[in-house]
Design a protein around this ligand. Sequence first.
Ligand code: PRP
Length: 180
Amino acid sequence: MKTLISEFAIKEKVEELAQQLSIDYKQKNPVLIGVLKGSFIFLSDLARAMDFPLQLDFMSVSSYGDDTKSSGIVRIIKDLDDTITDRHVVIVEDILDTGLTLGYLVEMLGARKPASIRICTLLSKNHNRKTVHISADYVGFEIEDKFVVGYGLDYRGYFRNLPNIAELEEEDLALGFLAD
Ligand code: PRP
């Protein structure tokens, strides 16, 4: 496995994003929506870097299943607990890849008439976009089309707990605990 983004670089970027969000949302009592599971570490660090009133809610969706390629099928596993009507919403994601997940979410959540809706993603793979109208308002890092794990991102449920972001390499797939 090769480190692409170090723990320190992530920390600096999270603080920078939190500052931008603070400027834009300080007076707006926003609700940050974490898209589980991948965003849970990013969201928890991001939220703790902001010191103004905000709320958190979570959705669980799945687009990848257990594979390394997006299936294009978005399944809602858990919906939000609370209404977002008239609220300022920031969807927080770990990665924007084909855009299929966020394209679906923005349309679905937009129909609930929030006051505004924006996207904050730690990583963005711009070359893979299939949903052309989707772009993130806040982006941590633009990366190449490599399969990355760590800081919330997984392969078959593993590696979410890595403190850095790493590229999964061919030899890693032979690791014993990843065997079927
Ligand atoms: C990942 C990621 C995004 C989505 C992005 O989720 O967290 O939600 O894929 O890909 P897209 O832009 O091609 O739609 P995944 O389905 O792997 O679930 P997870 O967050 O539980 O790991």
